[in-house]
Ligand binder design. Structure first.
Ligand code: G3P
Ligand code: MG
Length: 244
């Protein structure tokens, strides 16, 4: 079972920053998950919330700020003074660093409004084209099915993951239309029967965001393929996966 750092390594470095990517490398992980949205001037940037309030010294919506202004914000001090000066990275900056560090990236396409999907996907696709990035080093995921359909058209060679909280009854249809590779669900709601069904259908099953190794020991038996966690260091310290 693989470990994936959530928003970088959210427990060890400010989330969704380049410092977080370096923590992923320090821990020896192969995968990181990040969140992407657009600035006012249409640049994909790496940040989770709809506003910059929680994770920077600024205020207001991400989509209301120009890139130049956003990148002047301090995205590190809120977490720890040692990270003062970290900024919100563009997707391009982050992908170049991850390519250099040989980290595979799960790019979560975040939309807070229905009408954001089209522009977000086109701009993200342009960043990918400017790489180049190897096709197996990237995976798109989204709670928004429109984003997955768009990425299927724009970047057909890159894998897509359906992101859900609870696995709905119609998951096979939701996976089939955008041609999804993997199913990503909230670990809290996953049942043994669901895991069995997803695995029997041949899909990789990824779970977010289990932060206590003891709580998900049974996931190894259930065939879960990846844990997307804020605390990968705890899994490594516990000799994850259990029984290995
Ligand atoms: O991609 C898994 C996970 O990141 C989804 O939830 O809110 O942490 O982006 P969230
Ligand atoms: Mg995310």
């Amino acid at each position: 079972m693989m470990l994936c750092g959530h928003r970088g390594v959210a427990s060890l470095a400010p989330e969704n920053t380049l410092a977080g990517m370096r923590k992923v490398r320090e821990l020896g992980l192969d995968w990181v998950e990040i969140d992407v949205q657009l600035t006012r001037d249409g640049t994909p940037v790496v940040i989770h919330d709809q506003t910059v309030n929680r994770c920077t010294n600024g205020r207001g919506k991400v989509g209301d700020h120009e890139l130049e202004r956003l990148q002047q914000l301090d995205a590190g001090s809120w977490f720890d003074k040692a990270f003062k000066g970290e900024s919100i990275p563009t997707l391009g900056q982050l992908l170049l660093l991850c390519r250099e560090l040989a980290i595979n990236v799960n790019i979560e396409l975040k939309t807070y409004h229905e009408d954001e999907a089209d522009l977000l996907c086109h701009r993200v696709s342009q960043v990918i084209d400017a790489g180049p990035f190897s096709t197996d080093s990237l995976l798109f995921s989204s709670f928004n099915p429109a984003c997955l359909m768009l990425m299927k058209q724009l970047q057909p060679d890159l894998r897509r993951g359906l992101l859900v909280e609870r696995i709905p009854g119609n998951w096979p249809q939701l996976m089939a239309e955008p041609g999804c590779y993997s199913l990503h669900c909230n670990f809290r709601y996953l049942t043994r029967a669901q895991a069995r069904a997803v695995k029997q259908a041949g899909y990789p099953l990824y779970c977010y965001t289990p932060n206590k190794p003891d709580k998900v020991k049974h996931f190894a038996d259930w065939g879960v393929d990846m844990l997307i966690t804020d605390r990968p260091q705890d899994y490594l310290a516990a000799g994850w996966p259990p029984g290995s």
